[in-house]
Design a protein around this ligand. Structure first.
Ligand code: GRF
Length: 279
């Protein structure tokens, strides 16, 4: 994996920690920055990970150099972590499904900059962060995972930023694990499920996608349509319970696993354990 970062790189640090060199699931082997001063480069360097600045001389030049490096290092997945430039449609298209970003809001709400200030001004009661596949828009693209945090009385933009960052440092590695395991991908654009995915709201879609990916991984893909219609039987229930638990721990749902028939329960528990036991 390669990480692109423009600034201090706390998310990069979390990714380096979760996917160090030699990690059998996936390793971060390259860090690129458009900003030679980025602290992110120092973080990578001090862990012995290749870190290169490609000083910004326009998008074309940057992307040309970056693409050559991504190819040379045989990168499979590119992670944007506080990367402050917009990538061209051509770049995004070439990497669609293999290019992730993290954004400090509950997308599709509050795309863009100065998120925490805007969230506070609007009087929101909660906020969070979103990991999503990058598409042609700014902070659009299919959502992989979202995490939430409450907004508390007296919160400032700085306090909120800190709280959301703590959340992000767990959320981003978890989202990457799901992608690496084939449990997160952009919604299918064709086939009988495509209209179902299109009809869901952007916030609901990731849960259904995870449930679909789980059924696929368990050889139960044929149950997916029924499960979406609430008629997926015990496999459908298991898939939605697991899909939920992969995004967020929930004591009631965790206990409910015990009520699944054994065959389904074992598959669910094995899958959850596999994600949780990541090396
Ligand atoms: C994070 O809040 C991330 O969501 C956003 O930029 C910030 C980067 O912080 N895209 P850091 O450089 O990882 O500390």
């Amino acid at each position: 994996m390669a990480v692109l970062a423009s600034g201090r790189g706390t998310n990069l640090e979390a990714l380096l920690e979760a996917f160090p060199p030699g990690n059998p699931w996936g390793e971060v082997v390259l860090v690129l920055s458009d900003n030679p001063e980025a602290y992110a480069l120092r973080r990578a360097g001090s862990r012995g990970v290749e870190a290169l600045a490609i000083p910004w001389r326009g998008r074309r030049a940057f992307e040309g150099e970056a693409l050559a490096l991504l190819q040379a290092r045989r990168i499979d997945l590119v992670l944007l972590a506080g990367f402050m430039r917009l990538l061209s449609p051509g770049f995004v298209e070439a990497w669609y499904g293999r290019l992730l970003n993290i954004h400090p809001s509950l997308l599709p709400d509050y795309p863009g900059l100065n998120v925490h200030r805007r969230v506070l001004m609007a009087g929101e009661k909660e906020t969070g962060s979103t990991v999503h596949f990058v598409d042609q828009g700014m902070d659009t693209g299919p959502i992989v995972l979202q995490g939430r945090v409450p907004i508390l009385p007296g919160d400032t933009p700085e306090a909120l930023e800190r709280r959301v960052l703590f959340l992000e440092h767990r959320l981003y590695p978890q989202a990457v694990r799901l992608v690496l395991l084939g449990l997160a991908f952009p919604p299918p654009e064709e086939g009988e499920l495509a209209p179902w995915f299109r009809a869901l709201s952007p916030r609901q879609r990731p849960l259904y996608l995870r449930a679909y990916a789980l059924l696929k991984a368990w050889g139960q893909e044929a149950m997916a349509l029924g499960a979406f219609q609430g008629q997926g039987g015990e496999w459908g229930r298991g898939a939605f319970l697991a899909a939920h638990l992969l995004a967020e721990e929930h004591p009631a749902l965790r206990r409910e696993l015990a009520t699944l028939p054994e065959e389904v329960r074992l598959r669910v528990e094995k899958t959850l354990a596999r994600v949780e036991s990541s090396p």
